[in-house]
Design a binder for this molecule. Structure first.
Ligand code: AHR
Length: 330
């Protein structure tokens, strides 16, 4: 009888421990829902956490830093087990992230890495290589122009993302770095379209009124490129021909625009961080540690997705939108 009782109690204890281990609460402070990329990123991370059987505490910051700061403080009060964090802008996070550290809640940085990353403690960081992406955007167009024999001076505009976001700051750095290699590209406009389709359309409308001739548009995300395409069509011009358009993200809507001939290329930046997050948390639970270099999940996917002229015309590995459109889920 005593043996049975011990057995039952041990079983209860083991089951209790197992239930505890699986009952992690993972909180996610997301920026908002400004783009197709962001929606795919949110859906992918949420689904992965739910599939892992963990509880998700989600907060949409609606593009406001103060909302994200309040969400982080609420996660601390709730005593969550892990915090996933993407900051809408680069700066102004040190105080609240130090509070996260003081509360001993493991922090995972996603997508945009804040400028205080050197002075706060985080467990692992997954983000885009934004400088490289910006560089590839311009490189693609420079090589494309060469491949079609256009070596005359061309007017280019850079439509930037949300001012102060690492994706904007670093893509601009990469854009400008590559422009130095193509002296025939003359920068005639540089303005934020805030990573949204509506603002991309508005900025392009205003450029078309104020700039005599635009030959190339570099849009730091595909949503802005798609908004600009609407403005270009409304002005009676032919997007993809009169104005060469290079975006960034590689969302399905951009592939469709490329296949339709409205857009010329887009650079890969994957939003699919979910599996990386789950793997990292499982490893952290098992006591593993990561070094502090930012992991780029897009590596090994495509470098650049372009139109029929794209293949082989640039130094990076290009694929044609028509060949990969069916594989793209977002
Ligand atoms: O931080 C990644 C960027 O943010 C994506 O390029 C853009 O679409 C999103 O809004």
């Amino acid at each position: 009888m005593k043996k049975v009782l011990v057995l039952v109690l041990s079983l209860v204890l083991v089951l209790g421990l197992a239930a505890n281990a699986s009952a992690l609460t993972v909180a996610f402070s997301q920026i908002g829902q400004e783009s197709d990329w962001r929606t795919a990123n949110t859906d992918n991370v949420k689904a992965a956490i739910e599939e892992a059987g963990w509880e998700l505490v989600y907060s949409d910051g609606q593009q406001k830093q103060e909302n994200q700061i309040a969400a982080l403080r609420s996660f601390i009060t709730q005593g969550v087990d892990y915090i996933l964090f993407t900051g809408v802008v680069n700066t102004g996070w040190e105080e609240v992230l130090t509070e996260v550290n003081d509360a001993d809640i493991p922090l995972l940085l996603l997508d945009r890495i804040p400028d205080c990353a050197d002075v706060i403690d985080y467990k692992v960081a997954f983000g885009g290589d934004f400088v490289e992406e910006g560089y590839r955007m311009v490189k693609w167009a420079g090589e494309y122009l060469k491949s079609i024999g256009r070596d005359e001076e061309v007017n280019v505009v850079i439509m930037e993302g949300t001012t102060g976001a690492s994706a904007q700051v670093d893509r601009t750095t990469g854009n400008l770095k590559a422009l130095e290699e193509y002296p025939n590209m003359k920068l005639v406009g540089q303005q934020s379209g805030n990573f949204t389709r509506a603002e991309g359309q508005a900025v392009m409308e205003s450029w078309l009124k104020s700039i005599d001739k635009i030959d190339v548009l570099f849009a730091q995300n595909d949503d802005m490129a798609l908004g600009a395409i609407d403005a270009i069509k409304a002005a009676g011009l032919v997007p993809g021909q009169d104005i060469i358009i290079v975006g960034c993200d590689s969302v399905k809507a951009a592939f469709e625009a490329i296949v339709a001939g409205d857009m010329n290329a887009t650079i890969e930046c994957t939003p699919l961080y979910g599996p990386f997050v789950i793997d990292a948390i499982n490893k952290l639970e098992a006591g593993e540690e990561f070094d502090k270099t930012v992991i780029h999940p897009e590596e090994g996917v495509y470098d650049c997705v372009g139109g029929i002229e794209c293949g082989g015309s640039v130094a990076v590995t290009s694929v044609k939108a028509a060949d990969v459109i069916d594989q793209r889920q977002y």
